[in-house]
Write a protein that binds this ligand. Sequence first.
Ligand code: TA6
Length: 305
Amino acid sequence: MSPLDVTTLNQKFAIPGQLKFTEDVNGLIIACIANEQAQSTISLQGAHVMTFEPVGEKPVIWLSPAAKLVRGKSIRGGVPICWPWFGAHATDSTFPGHGFARTVPWQIVASEVLSDGSTRITFELPQSSIPVAQWPHACQVRSIVTIGKEMTVELITENTGQMMFEIGEALHTYFAISDVNKIRITGLEGCTYLDKVGDWQRRTQAGAVTIAAEVDRLYVNTDSDCLIVDSGHKRCIRIAKRGSLSTVVWNPWVEKATKMGDFGSDTGYCGMVCVESANAAENCVEVPAGATHSLHVTYSIEKTQ
Ligand code: TA6
């Protein structure tokens, strides 16, 4: 089934006063959610949450001021879905980094208001969007996004074929922070990480994670919650995950951010940090034929003095 046009989407899935679909100048379709608890925008390309702002709260998710909504290109910021591999493909360098899921059209299969007033949308990756040369496996992939005073994203992979397959994945979430010099990340103390900046050396995290240069770390074998403790915004952002044994912490710092060119300004990197709930490296997931795997994350705010 080819992705629906914006008029049909509004006829089938809009929720008066909560959810509507719009089309931007490049023809990309955006789900716009505004309920009594929060506002959010989600691109149907990649089922990519771009913004999330609880009522009365500063934005939780960072979206680059220079983010480009271009068909087939990843969006800088938000919650990119990295699937069915994380990072470079294991054997073919011509395949897209972080998989293809974040740059292809997804479709809507359901929208609903939950009893607590939050809005839930279910996205599905249509077979027509899956490049069979890169991923020759029968599967059903869905992302269920719930927008309320908290946000949850659940990435569900069902193996509908006859053979086991293995996936790498991540919700590559960019968080809005007061200043990279005013935060620390807790929950990873004592964990082993692969240090991409240090030639993938395996190291052990001592204490909270602080950032004073480029940081690109894949923490393995950890199912812990992480907290971004932001003294500037006097708040913590809690990242509570299930079905994920890897956590990635990334800030490109000035040189790499400038080279990437889509962080908005020379200091754009100061206002963001990625804490990614993933399954990568030794935590890649084998999904047997007929089985279903879920990666589920809840993002919430805790105020501090
Ligand atoms: O998750 C960290 C990372 O793998 C970094 O190494 C950097 O490549 C980042 O993802 C962004 O990747 P992207 O393909 O979105 O530019």
